[in-house]
Design a protein around this ligand. Structure first.
Ligand SMILES: Nc1ncnc2c1ncn2[C@@H]1O[C@H](COP(=O)(O)OP(=O)(O)O)[C@@H](O)[C@H]1O
Ligand SMILES: [Mg+2]
Length: 275
């Protein structure tokens, strides 16, 4: 039922790495997770261990109204994944304008996903304001904005306060009440990074959902196509992401316990998921 969106004002801040890490940590906490990649970079699948040659996906084919259940891949970490799908710039632009004309292309399937009370749906979105985020935001339980612990992030604090963060007007005000911030790549050996993290934390208070340290284990995990908590459990970044997952879970409704099913399922996690 809950929808978590990961977003960021700019790219390269670790949004997809944290989406994969958070999906894994939530799964480790016993929750069922469906991760949706809404970013044409189609990178979430790499973090979650899908074969590189597998270019199938959901979002890239939105115009064809694909069956989202049939597009699901189950990953080695037990996370159900809707990859974006392979595309090029022309395809990504065509998808974006189709979504702009008809937001129901995404909103319809999303509502069906969110109807499952046992499921946490976690979406990775492109950086900045996007058509995907404008469809996701009204349905979202929490929007997690990833910022680096640097001077540029501290400069964004006034926009976070005013609700203009990630877009003026409707989108900003839609995000306002459910917007939390995650600081990534906090470098405990850098005075600037620590000062920026402390400044953002002092200002945001409870709107800071968590902070994740800079840790080579994150990049190594991607090289091994695994979420960091699976690749390097006990690493500092994995522990920070587990703390973030615990903070997120405190803000979500409690899990719905499904009644025991007497018939064995074809897949232990999602009976409708294709392996
Ligand atoms: N906490 C971290 N510590 C070290 N490297 C990180 C961390 N988070 C992300 N990275 C690295 O930063 C780069 C960008 O991460 P990515 O998740 O692709 O960002 P985005 O999705 O925001 O574009 C990757 O090389 C990734 O391994
Ligand atoms: Mg990304």
């Amino acid at each position: 039922m809950p929808l978590l969106c990961l977003t960021s004002p700019k790219g390269g801040v670790g949004k997809t790495s944290l989406a994969a890490g958070l999906a894994h940590a939530l799964r480790q906490a016993g929750r069922q997770v469906l991760a949706i990649d809404c970013d044409p970079q189609n990178a979430l699948r790499l973090h979650l261990g899908l074969p590189i040659a597998d270019g199938a996906g959901f979002f890239a084919r939105l115009q064809d109204r694909p069956d989202w259940r049939a597009s699901i891949r189950t990953t080695p970490a037990g996370i159900a994944l809707l990859p974006y799908g392979e595309t090029d710039m022309r395809g990504a632009l065509a998808t974006a304008s189709a979504l702009d004309r008809d937001p129901e292309l995404l909103a319809g399937p999303l509502r069906a996903m969110l109807a499952d009370p046992a499921l946490i749906v976690l979406a990775d979105t492109p950086p900045g304001a996007s058509g995907a985020l404008s469809v996701l935001a009204p349905l979202a339980t929490l929007v997690l904005a990833v910022l680096l612990a640097d001077a540029a992030s501290t400069a964004l604090i006034p926009d976070i306060d005013s609700g203009r963060f990630l877009g003026r007007g409707t989108l900003g005000s839609l995000l306002g009440p459910k917007l939390l911030v995650v600081l990534n790549q906090v470098d405990r050996h850098s005075r600037l990074s620590i000062a920026a993290a402390e400044g953002v934390a002092a200002h945001l208070g409870p709107r800071l959902a968590g902070a994740v340290c800079r840790d080579d284990a994150v990049a190594e995990a991607l090289a091994c196509q695994r979420p960091v908590g699976m690749h390097a459990p006990g690493s500092r970044a994995a522990n920070d992401i587990a703390d973030l997952a615990a903070a997120v879970l405190r803000d979500l409704p409690p899990p719905v316990v499904a009644p025991p099913d007497p018939t064995p399922l074809s897949s232990p996690l999602f009976p409708w998921a294709r392996p």
